[in-house]
Design a protein around this ligand. Structure first.
Ligand code: ZN
Length: 521
C-alpha cells in the first residue's frame, strides 16, 4: 500500500498564522488587563523587538510568585509549539469554550483527577494556579522564520538570517558550519532574538524555563552539551520528569544521554548554568508516528535497530530517525537533504517537513495540544507547591541569620549608569559564601554590556532609583559585616558555623561555585 501523499501546505483550518496568534494575545490583554499583559520587548542593540505575554492574577500581584518562562516558535518549521502556547493563552484567560469540547482535553482532565492534581476543569485548575504562578510566554521567538514557513518555505529551521537560535547561547557555544542547520552564528548572542530572551530571563528570574520544540516526543533536562545529568539540578527533578511523563509517555532525562546527540550553545544549558534556573527544560512536543514515545520504542536509534526487518511503520521510523540524525548530529547532512532522501521530489520534501514536525490531522493536533496544556499546568502546580522564594527565606529565618546583601540588579546598574562595569570581586565572594538560595538568585552578573535604552523593559520592570541603589549598598554592607562578625565569633567559640553542615543543594552549589566551577566560560 502506498504511503499517503505528504501535504503541500499547512492546514490553516487547524493552525494559526503568526499575526493571528499575536493578535489574540494583544486583544486579550486589552480586554482582560487583570489577567494578561502584552509587551513588545526591544533588543538593546538593534530595532528588533519580541512580543512577550505575562499571564497571572494581577489582583494578587506578581511579586513573590513562581515564574515559568515559556519559549515557543524558536525553530521556524515547528509550528505546533506556538499553537500550544496560543491555546494555553486561551485557557489561562478563561476562554476554554472550544477546548472544553475536545475529547483529548477531557482525557487529559480525567488523568489530572486520577493523579489527584486537579478536581475541576483545566480552566478552574489554571485559575487557581494563577494566584501563585506567573506565566511569561514568548509565543513566537523566530517570527521572521515562521512567516517564511507560512509563505511556503516549509523546511526552514533557523532564522531568515541563517542562525539556529538554540545554538546561539554563550555556554559551550560552537560556531558550526555556516550552511548547516545548526549554525551557531558568528558569535554567542549575535542574534537579537536570543539577546531578548536572555534579557527577559535575567529580569524575571524564572524558576522554570520551558523551551518548546518538535520533531520527537521527549522531555529533556541539562546537559545538552555533554553526557550526563547536570549535577546541581534539584533533588525533585526526577519527580518533575515523572509527572510530565504521565502525559507524554515518552523518552525523558538528560538530553545528551537520551537524545543521542549533543547540542552546543543551547538556551537550556545557559539557563541552568548561568542563570541558575531551577527547572530548565526542553520539551519535544510531537514526533511523527509517535517517534520518541515509550510505547513506540523510545529513542530513534533503538527504533532504527529494530527496523532491520522493515515493516512499513518501521521503515517510516527509519526515515525519521535518519532525519533526526542528519538534522541534529551530523553536520554533513542537513535535514533538508535527509528529507529529500526520504521523499523524492521537491514538493514531497516540503510536505515531509510539515509532517515531521507538526501533527496534520485534527485529532492528533488536539491530542498534542491537550497533552502539553495539562503538562504545563502540572509543572506550574509543582512550582506552586515548592516555592523557591519562600523556601530560601524560610531557610534563612530558621537559621536566624540575616540574608546576605544582594548585589545590585541589572536594572539598578542601568539606573546608575554602571551597567557593563566589572563585577566587584567582594560581591561574588559574598554571594558564593552566603547561606541559602539567596546566593543562587542574586549571583549572575553576566559580563555583558547592554546599554538599556529607556524602553518598555525599564518602564515595566524597573522600579528602583539610583538613591535606592546607594541605600541598598550601604544597608548591604552593614548586613555583610554583621554576618562576617557572627561567623568569626562562632568560629572562635569552636562551634560549627550554622550553615556549614547544611547538606542542602544550594549549599553544595555554592561550594562548587566557590571552587570556580560554574564560571569557567
Ligand atoms: Zn526545534
Amino acid at each position: 500500500m502506498a504511503a499517503p501523499e505528504p501535504p503541500s501546505q499547512v492546514r490553516w483550518d487547524l493552525y494559526h498564522k503568526s499575526e493571528a496568534i499575536l493578535d489574540f494575545f494583544k486583544k486579550t490583554a486589552l480586554k482582560l488587563p487583570t489577567r494578561v499583559r502584552y509587551e513588545n520587548l526591544p533588543d538593546p542593540e538593534t530595532d528588533t523587538s519580541l512580543p512577550v505575554v505575562t499571564v497571572t492574577d494581577f489582583a494578587s500581584g506578581e511579586a513573590g510568585k513562581e515564574v515559568v518562562l515559556l519559549v515557543a516558535g524558536e525553530h521556524a518549521r515547528e509550528l505546533i509549539t506556538s499553537e500550544i502556547v496560543f491555546w494555553l493563552g486561551k485557557l489561562l484567560s478563561g476562554k476554554d469554550d472550544e477546548l472544553a469540547d475536545w475529547a483529548a482535553v477531557q482525557t487529559a482532565t480525567a488523568l489530572a483527577w486520577k493523579r489527584g492534581w486537579a478536581k475541576g476543569t483545566l480552566k478552574e485548575w489554571a485559575e487557581e494556579l494563577l494566584e501563585k504562578v506567573v506565566f511569561k510566554i514568548i509565543p513566537i521567538e523566530n517570527i521572521q522564520g515562521r512567516k517564511a514557513v507560512e509563505g511556503g518555505d516549509l523546511c526552514l529551521r533557523k532564522t531568515t538570517a541563517g542562525v539556529d537560535l538554540n545554538r546561539n547561547w554563550e555556554y559551550a557555544w560552537n560556531k558550526g558550519e555556516e550552511g548547516s542547520d545548526e549554525y551557531g552564528g558568528p558569535k554567542p548572542f549575535s542574534e537579537p532574538e536570543t539577546r531578548i530572551v536572555k534579557l527577559i530571563a535575567e529580569t524575571t528570574r524564572p524558576q522554570a524555563f520551558v523551551n518548546l520544540h518538535s520533531g520527537e516526543y521527549a522531555v529533556y533536562v541539562p546537559w545538552d552539551s555533554k553526557k550526563g545529568l547536570a549535577p546541581d539540578l534539584p533533588a525533585d527533578i526526577g519527580n518533575v520528569l515523572e509527572q510530565l511523563d504521565a502525559y507524554c509517555q515518552c523518552m525523558h532525562g538528560a538530553a545528551g544521554d537520551v537524545a543521542g546527540y549533543l547540542a552546543f550553545g543551547s538556551s537550556m544549558d545557559y539557563m541552568y548554568e548561568k542563570l541558575h534556573v531551577k527547572y530548565p527544560l526542553t520539551v519535544e512536543v510531537y514526533g511523527p508516528d509517535g517517534l520518541g514515545k515509550t510505547a513506540m520504542g523510545g529513542h530513534p536509534r533503538k527504533v532504527l535497530q529494530a527496523a532491520s526487518n522493515g515493516t512499513q511503520q518501521q521503515q517510516a521510523f527509519r526515515v525519521h530517525a535518519g532525519m533526526q540524525a542528519g538534522m541534529q548530529g551530523q553536520p554533513g547532512m542537513s535535514s533538508e537533504a535527509a528529507a529529500a532522501a526520504g521523499a523524492g521530489d521537491a514538493d514531497g520534501r516540503l510536505g515531509r517537513c510539515l509532517l515531521d514536525y507538526n501533527p496534520m490531522e485534527k485529532e492528533e493536533y488536539e491530542e498534542v495540544v491537550a497533552t502539553w496544556l495539562a503538562s504545563l499546568l502540572v509543572l506550574a502546580q509543582h512550582l506552586a507547591q515548592h516555592p523557591a522564594a519562600t523556601s530560601a527565606t524560610a531557610e534563612a529565618e530558621q537559621d536566624q541569620l540575616p540574608l546576605p546583601p544582594t548585589p545590585p540588579s541589572k536594572q539598578e546598574l542601568a539606573a546608575t549608569g554602571r551597567l557593563g562595569e566589572e563585577q566587584p570581586s567582594d560581591f561574588s565572594q559574598m554571594a558564593a559564601g552566603s547561606p541559602g538560595k539567596k546566593a543562587k538568585t542574586s549571583l549572575p552578573w553576566l559580563p555583558t554590556s547592554y546599554s538599556l535604552p529607556m524602553n518598555a523593559i525599564q518602564e515595566t520592570v524597573m522600579e528602583h532609583t539610583a538613591t535606592d541603589f546607594t541605600q541598598k549598598i550601604l544597608v548591604g554592607g552593614v548586613l555583610f559585616c554583621a554576618v562576617a562578625a557572627m561567623y568569626c565569633l562562632w568560629a572562635r567559640m569552636g562551634k560549627p558555623v550554622p550553615w556549614s553542615s547544611s547538606s542542602s543543594p544550594s549549599r553544595r552549589r555554592s561550594e562548587m561555585r566557590a571552587k570556580g566551577r560554574g564560571f569557567r566560560q
